[in-house]
Design a protein around this ligand. Structure first.
Ligand code: NAP
Length: 458
């Protein structure tokens, strides 16, 4: 029987219903084949980092959710969401092969990179990704506590996650209350005593990983000063070459904003963001908890475009009541699939895992934790092109009946969340949020979502 027809649709499982999963589903629906897609997520809610990672004060960025919503609803009879189902534990990858012709793993990067320095595990030292998950109401991070009674915070790394974390700490609570940060977390942020935030980069301003719009926002924050040591803005010859490079508009835009902070500093502000360059953390010190961070001054070495931070041996100490390590996300292994520990990705060729015609990857688990939500579109499209070219080689799954996987979940007593269920939750969150003058008031526990749905569906 030919796979991909009305009588025998191509059955695809998407593992991880975040942006890359939705772009993969979208690309499949746009193919000439008839497809039937089941998107699994270990959380009871869809959209991955759009819900749990994108900054809560960047609601415009979340409007792409309407696109993902259309993918799900415009293909109502061909798309199902199975939330609260953890592939790898509730159902293994090998078991999925029984029900699906192809499996696309798009589970993102669920961990963080380590600094590998003494003191990294002291209380008060956190991964920035944990803080992001916490203030975004992600169920995995709600048990964490962050000691916001501290006045001085050091954020290590200068990517956009570091910028998000710094901005949430620096933003007036009146502004944060308009976002979808959950009320319980707003109450803690309201008590924050954080005054001084140091944003530490190991390389120079030309090499910084943040982007113009994000760095510009600091200047617009009420009551917040931005401080940069003018000496850090002096560039070596290689950095000048990089800055003047034809394609380096990002660095030129960043530099213009940074120079503005140096040339026209704000006179007052009860909070200060100090952007520091050419410093690497070498040790985090403290007795019971973090008290300070030791930084080594760096110089840049290597040719233009490939400059590295090299320690000079000169050390500086910074008081630190809290430290956020924001040096990148890291993928975790999926049982039953190969994994490259160093890059935190599943090795693949244009999205295909090995020579297996049934196994694919998309998003951060495919290419590493880089890029904005939209970067996932071409990434997932490439994977789907590879998949479609392989359909003829697919042996076809043994059990293509769509009800078979539901029966398996019932047998295993797993309460899954359908897309219709999610819409119920979405509506409740929005209504609750409206009463509070915010976009939504999120449920922060999977248990709460499941018990509400049990009541609604009873
Ligand atoms: P990122 O952009 O890769 O930045 C990581 C930062 O950590 C860089 O400054 C890097 O410096 C530094 N770093 C890495 N290892 C280090 C070490 N051992 N010691 C000191 N510093 C170290 O990662 P991210 O901030 O987690 O962001 C992930 C992706 O999401 C990015 O593509 C980002 O643009 C995107 N994102 C976008 C938005 C937005 O659009 N608003 C918001 C959040 C995230 P080097 O450059 O020297 O390696």
């Amino acid at each position: 029987m030919t796979i991909g027809t009305e009588s025998r649709p191509l059955r695809v499982a998407v593992v991880g219903a975040g942006p890359s999963g939705f772009y993969a589903a979208d690309a499949l629906f746009k193919s000439p084949l008839t497809v039937s897609i089941d998107a699994f997520d270990r959380l009871p809610t869809p959209f991955g980092l759009l819900r749990g990672g994108v900054a809560p004060d960047h609601q415009k960025m979340k409007s792409v959710g309407a696109y993902y919503e259309r993918v799900a609803t415009a293909n109502e009879y061909r798309f199902r969401f199975f939330g609260n189902v953890a592939i790898g534990t509730d159902i293994t990858i090998d078991e999925l092969r029984t029900y699906y012709d192809a499996i696309i793993v798009s589970m993102g990067a669920q961990s963080d990179r380590k600094l590998g320095i003494p003191g990294e595990d002291l209380p008060g030292v956190h991964a920035a990704t944990e803080f992001v998950g916490w203030y975004n109401g992600h169920p995995d991070y709600q048990h964490l506590t962050f000691d916001l009674s501290q006045e001085t915070v050091v954020v290590v790394g200068q990517g956009n996650v570091a910028i998000d974390v710094t901005r949430i700490l620096a933003k007036p609570i009146s502004e944060l209350r308009k976002t979808d940060i959950p009320e319980a977390i707003l109450d803690q942020l309201a008590k924050s005593k954080v005054k001084n935030i140091h944003l530490v980069g190991r390389r120079g301003p030309v090499q910084s990983a943040f982007t113009e719009l994000e760095i510009k926002e600091f200047g617009e924050l009420e009551g917040c000063k931005v401080v940069i040591d003018p000496a850090d803005m002096v560039l070596n010859a290689e950095s000048e070459t990089e800055l003047n490079g034809e394609t380096n508009t990002k660095a030129r835009k960043n530099m213009a904003v940074l120079r503005h902070y140096v040339d026209e500093p704000k006179a007052d502000g009860d909070k200060t963001v100090t952007i520091r360059f050419l410093e690497s953390p070498v040790e985090i010190q403290g007795v019971d908890r973090v008290a300070r961070i030791v930084l080594e001054k760096n110089t840049l070495t290597g040719e233009a475009g490939k400059q590295q931070a090299t320690g000079t041996g000169t050390r500086v100490e910074l008081d630190a009541g809290l430290v956020f390590k924001s040096i990148g996300y890291k993928g975790v292994a999926m049982p039953g699939m190969p994994f490259d520990e160093k890059s935190g990705t599943i090795p693949n060729t244009k999205g295909q895992v090995g020579n297996d015609p049934a196994l694919y990857v998309a998003g951060w688990i495919k290419r590493g934790p880089k890029g904005v939500l939209g970067t996932n579109k071409p990434c997932s499209t490439e994977t789907i092109e590879t998949l479609l070219a392989n359909v003829d080689q697919m042996p076809g799954c043994a059990s293509p009946d769509p009800t078979a996987v539901e029966k398996l979940l019932e047998q295993r007593r797993i309460q899954w969340v359908s897309y219709a269920d999610w819409k119920v939750i979405d509506q409740i969150e929005k209504e609750h949020g409206e009463k509070l003058g915010k976009p939504r008031e999120k449920f922060t526990s999977a248990g709460d979502i499941l018990s509400i749905l049990r009541r609604v569906n009873a």
